[in-house]
Design a protein around this ligand. Structure first.
Ligand code: SAM
Length: 190
């Protein structure tokens, strides 16, 4: 199992945004939608062994489970719609928006506790960390990254105990980091 945890610092936590404005009124939800497709979509299918946690404003978490996921397409808008359905479900007191997309009122601390309780190795993606190519990785592993902003001081505190892994010297967009992690692990398993 490969898990990606993305912190969205400005993202909407209610469904009251138009799908035509993911970068604007939805608070850069476009970045998070691209992270989701980067984590799951291959040329001809879905990576079923992946989970993505989108931690929105450290208050609400939307979880995508590859094993049960339906209706995920490679475009941002339809992924934005899955997030919107999940936020609508939260408003109505339900825990699932569409199959494989659940939602709960939890921030980064809760997500990390859950992963650790499941025995998942957690790593922070950081350009100043240790080169990912120099370490042994075993699955389940979780990779934690930020959206377009730095981790907040509170998040940094929560993440301080985890090893930091670099994907190279250049600072990349969050959604570009995810395929690089997949590629590292894909090559090791091939
Ligand atoms: C666009 S960056 C965040 C903004 C960035 N800290 C800045 O303002 O310069 C998104 C996230 O991708 C990850 N990231 C970007 N480049 C990376 C690299 N070369 N190695 C590892 N992680 C990287 C980090 O987790 C980072 O928080």
């Amino acid at each position: 199992m490969r898990i990606f945890v993305v912190t969205g610092h400005t993202a909407a936590i209610t469904p009251d945004f138009p799908l035509d404005d993911l970068p604007g009124s939805a608070g850069r939800l476009d970045i998070l939608a691209r992270c989701v497709t980067a984590a799951f979509c291959t040329s001809h299918g879905i990576r079923r062994y992946v989970e993505v946690y989108l931690v929105l404003r450290d208050q609400v978490t939307v979880r995508f489970e590859g094993a049960r996921l339906k209706r995920l397409n490679p475009d941002e808008r339809s992924t934005g719609a899955l997030i919107k359905h999940a936020l609508q479900a939260l408003r109505e007191g339900r825990s699932e928006g569409t199959p494989g997309v659940s939602v709960f009122q939890d921030g980064l601390e809760g997500v990390l506790s859950k992963l650790q309780a499941q025995g998942v190795d957690c790593y922070v993606l950081d350009e100043n960390g240790r080169d990912i190519r120099t370490i042994d990785l075993r699955e389940p592993a979780a990779f934690i990254l930020s959206d377009h902003l730095n981790f907040t001081p509170h998040e940094e505190e929560l993440l301080s105990g985890f090893e930091r892994l670099s994907l190279g010297p250049v600072v990349l967009h969050a959604d570009h980091c995810i395929p690089l992690v997949h590629n590292e692990l894909d090559r090791r398993l091939a």
